[in-house]
Design a protein around this ligand. Structure first.
Ligand code: ARG
Length: 569
């Protein structure tokens, strides 16, 4: 919707400034809705043309320039008002045209409203590999894995919505000495029935028990032997390991489903055990592998080639490390998928690891290393469930569902809900996701169930509530029809605010697609929900259309964030 307005403003400006409209369009943006609403719908930033024109302008006062420019522009059938602000020229769109255009565009594009904007038309379609979640079998699924799961899912959703091809990979921690211990542990503490019915929990219990026992030398030796047999591909040992892995994945899939998350590939460190050896060979051939006195293999990453920064890629016994397997995995993914970008989503404690990884790939001559990206996020403190410290993802999901259900039953409306448990799950998940996505991903935050589950304010519960309310309004008053809508009925300040806000959706999506931060979309949806001020009387047909448009945008934004909008609550 904003597109036609931006184009029209750009063509006006182009005549006065004598610059091609394509150069101006990027500097025209929809004005965010604020308390002092009605200022204008669009603004053009003066600074943007000065950057690329003659330098004598720099000394001039931006405000003065804005005033001079504003004076030279004229209103027309699209623009009904022009004014100057500090460094900007502000444009107000003809009110009826604004309402008509926004509504028509939402009707036309439906759930693709925003992503179909011309803002994205110059962005080339790409293939992206996104690796996220990546828990370690038999170990805790901690809050960092949960963050990785929802952030990675958001990035994948956004990319898919924008027309890119996405491969979602889960890179499991499925190899290493822990499996030696687990194998031995299972012989003493394992239970086949439990392994089948709840593999994640059972393997974790076995792992905890055997770790206590692993103090004694005998157990340690047995674990080493088990792992060595695994590395030698002893068939029987391998089949035990495979059973642990397969059953774990089955359960992961079931739990990810509750989150609406799926993967195209379950990969893991085990895949790259052997290929890591080939990587070491390549490093050696390229003269990049250096041996230390201790016998470990390192790659020099210092600018001065003085071994001040090294990355250890080989143990003294010749075996590979975490980073060596990651090198092999990156190369393999390039061969397999010929991706344009590859994104790894983990907490920021692994930033160094990924910097080293990308540097080594570059040194090996892989220019695509520059197209690898680590999306990192901060730490979450204080998430506890009734069972105590978080160990399993399922506990978090159960906890938020039961807390939400309790909140819902204490309000009267719940009785009419067809499936309260499922609704509670979806609303609860929205609460978790919004709490997590409100700030910058890189910042740490203190987790709070009460804060997350508040029914008003900047929460996922509020978004879900707004969506459900809008849905039921449409239910009660009949579906909104765009034909014959009297847009003159949408001229009160509240309605205009909503329209202005709807106009900005593409710009918000664009920002999130650039920096991969969900918070722009989150605050956009929260503002939309606040701006709606749903009145339960006097629902004209025109208002119904506006509500329908708002709900459509709300739903598509929520889905991008990984939230399933509810229709009642
Ligand atoms: N399994 C790892 C962990 O839990 C995360 C894996 C991240 N991805 C990677 N390619 N190294 O810490």
């Amino acid at each position: 919707a904003a597109g036609s307005f931006r184009r029209s403003i750009a063509s006006q400006l182009s005549k006065v400034l004598d610059l091609p409209p394509e150069n101006l369009i990027k500097s025209i943006s929809a004005v965010p809705v604020s308390k002092k609403r009605h200022v204008a719908d669009f603004q053009f930033s003066i600074a943007s043309i000065i950057e690329n024109s003659s330098s004598d302008c720099l000394t001039q006062d931006l405000h003065l320039q804005a005033q001079q420019l504003a004076e030279r522009l004229k209103c027309d059938s699209v623009v009904s008002g022009i004014s100057a602000g500090p460094g900007t020229v502000n444009f107000t769109i003809n009110r009826e045209l604004l309402a008509k255009t926004v509504l028509q565009q939402v009707w036309k594009d439906g759930s693709e409203y925003g992503v179909k904007s011309e803002l994205f038309s110059t962005v080339p379609r790409q293939k992206a590999v996104i690796e996220f979640s990546s828990p370690n079998i038999a170990k805790k699924f901690h809050i960092g894995h949960l963050r990785s799961t929802i952030v990675g899912n958001f990035i994948a959703n956004l990319k898919v919505a924008l027309g890119h091809e996405v491969v979602r990979i889960n890179y499991l921690g499925d190899w290493g000495m822990q499996f030696g211990l687990l194998g031995v542990g299972f012989q003493s503490f394992g239970n086949k029935e439990k392994l089948k019915s709840s593999p994640l929990q059972h393997l974790f219990e076995v792992y905890v028990q055997i770790n206590k026992a692993a103090e004694d030398e005998n157990t340690k030796q047995l674990a080493k032997d088990f792992f060595r047999k695994l590395e030698e591909h002893d068939e029987q040992t391998l089949s035990i390991w495979k059973q642990f892995r397969d059953l774990s994945i089955e359960e992961y899939i079931r739990i990810y489903e509750r989150l609406g998350v799926h993967f195209d590939e379950y990969s893991g460190e085990s895949f790259y055990q052997e290929r890591a050896q080939e990587v070491l060979k390549m490093l050696e051939d390229k003269g990049l592998l250096q041996k230390t006195i201790k016998g470990t293999g390192v790659v020099d990453l210092s600018e001065q080639k003085d071994l001040s920064t090294v990355s250890t890629v080989m143990r003294s016994d010749g075996t590979s490390l975490y980073i060596t397997r990651d090198l092999a995995a990156a190369i393999d993914r390039m061969n397999k998928h010929s991706w344009d970008t590859m994104i790894y989503v983990t907490d920021k404690s692994q930033s160094n690891h990924f910097q080293h990884l990308f540097r080594i790939l570059k040194l090996m001559g892989y220019d695509w290393a520059e197209r690898c990206q680590h999306v990192s996020f901060g730490l979450v403190q204080g998430m506890k469930t009734r069972r105590g410290e978080v160990i399993f993802l399922e506990d978090v999901l159960n906890e938020v569902r039961s807390r939400m259900l309790q909140n819902m039953t204490s309000t009267k409306t719940t009785k009419e809900i067809q499936d309260p448990v499922e609704t509670a799950e979806k609303v609860g998940l929205a609460a978790l996701i919004i709490q997590d996505f409100r700030g910058l991903l890189s910042s740490d935050y203190q987790f709070s169930w009460d804060r997350a589950l508040q029914s008003r304010g900047d929460t996922g519960v509020f978004l879900q509530y707004t969506h459900a309310r809008l849905h039921s309004l449409e239910q009660v008053h009949g579906n909104a029809e765009l034909t014959d809508v009297n847009v003159a009925c949408l001229q009160e300040p509240d309605a205009i605010s909503v329209l202005q806000h709807l106009l900005r959706y593409d710009e918000v999506l664009y920002r999130s697609s650039q920096d991969l931060q969900p918070k722009h979309i989150v605050s956009y949806l929260l503002t939309l929900s606040t701006a709606l001020k749903i009145t339960f009387f006097l629902v004209f047909q025109a208002r119904l259309c506006l509500f329908h448009a708002a709900r459509s945008v709300l739903a598509s934004g929520m889905k991008l964030l990984g939230i399933t909008p509810v229709t009642q609550m």
